[in-house]
Write a new protein. Structure first.
Length: 283
């Protein structure tokens, strides 16, 4: 029996990634080539196609060779932007509007005298950019216990989230802080900075997983939001992350009659189509 293959609603590029790619393609076309400081998105097939139109990724400001550089949709800290401009290099900013909102929230908390806690991965570029707005008065973690163990905490704390985190995880994190005796008499200001698109994408993926025997998440292996989709769908059904169609293993489909396909926010439609075509050939 041929398996039914169904795509989740609202997959492909999110608004922020689509905007970043559009800007990057325009600049590359105008100049013939352009550099990006770090990967503009965490998706190798997309980066490969951008390389074909003259987009080159550099790892540090010191590596920039041209007169203009494009910064990632994940954003950068203000100190990075200043370092680039001191070298008389033009900055083209593709920061996602939802990430900018989190950056602004962190800056306003700092200006109001709050310390800032970011619920997120401290090593992620987006989180580093948000923390760059705190004047050294911020920290990032996914573990509320690590905050409780800190030597000293300000009595006014703002809490916000990396934009791609799972809402239930952020709510549980905040709940732990509120319940902890360590924060008695502490003024806590909670700001929900999770991206609306990510929130809806996660809800759509869960709805698909509930009616599937297998879910394939198409996304970058270093993509935080893709890994969160895997984490969510795996609570309901067998789930695998692939970056390309070639990574699909035939034995995953054995005995499966309903296969769902969803994608991370930086996965293009071409890659999704290739995955669906391969699944149809194997089902």
């Amino acid at each position: 029996m041929t398996a039914q293959i169904k795509r989740a609603a609202g997959i492909g590029f999110c608004l922020g990634v689509r905007r970043a790619i559009d800007i990057l393609e325009r600049v590359a076309a105008e100049r013939g080539w352009v550099e990006t400081l770090g990967a503009v998105v965490h998706n190798q097939p997309v980066l490969g196609r951008l390389a074909d139109i003259g987009v080159k990724v550099v790892d540090s400001v010191a590596d920039i060779q041209g007169e203009v550089v494009v910064t990632s949709s994940h954003g950068v800290g203000p100190e990075v932007t200043e370092e680039i401009r001191r070298r008389n290099i033009e900055v083209v900013d593709t920061t996602c509007p939802f990430v900018k909102r989190a950056q602004v929230a962190a800056r306003r908390l700092t200006e109001a005298g709050f310390g800032t806690i970011v619920y997120g991965n401290a090593d992620h570029p987006e989180v580093k950019g948000i923390l760059g707005r705190t004047g050294g008065q911020g920290m990032a973690t996914l573990d509320a216990a690590s905050i409780e163990a800190a030597d000293s905490l300000p009595r006014r704390l703002g809490v916000l989230s990396q934009t791609t985190q799972i809402p239930a995880g952020f709510a549980a994190f905040v709940g732990e802080l509120v319940a902890s005796p360590c924060f008695k008499d502490t003024e806590l200001r909670i700001i929900d900075t999770i991206c609306h698109d990510i929130r809806q994408r996660q809800a759509n993926a869960l709805a698909l997983a509930r009616e599937s025997d297998l879910v394939i998440v198409v996304g970058g292996h270093t993509s935080a939001n893709s890994h969160h989709l895997v984490e969510l769908c795996a609570t309901l059904t067998e789930t695998h992350l692939v970056e390309t169609a070639d990574e699909i293993e035939p034995f995953w489909l054995e005995g499966k009659s309903r296969i769902g396909v969803t994608s991370g926010a930086s996965t293009d439609e071409k890659t999704i189509d290739e995955v669906v075509t391969r699944l149809e050939a194997m089902a």
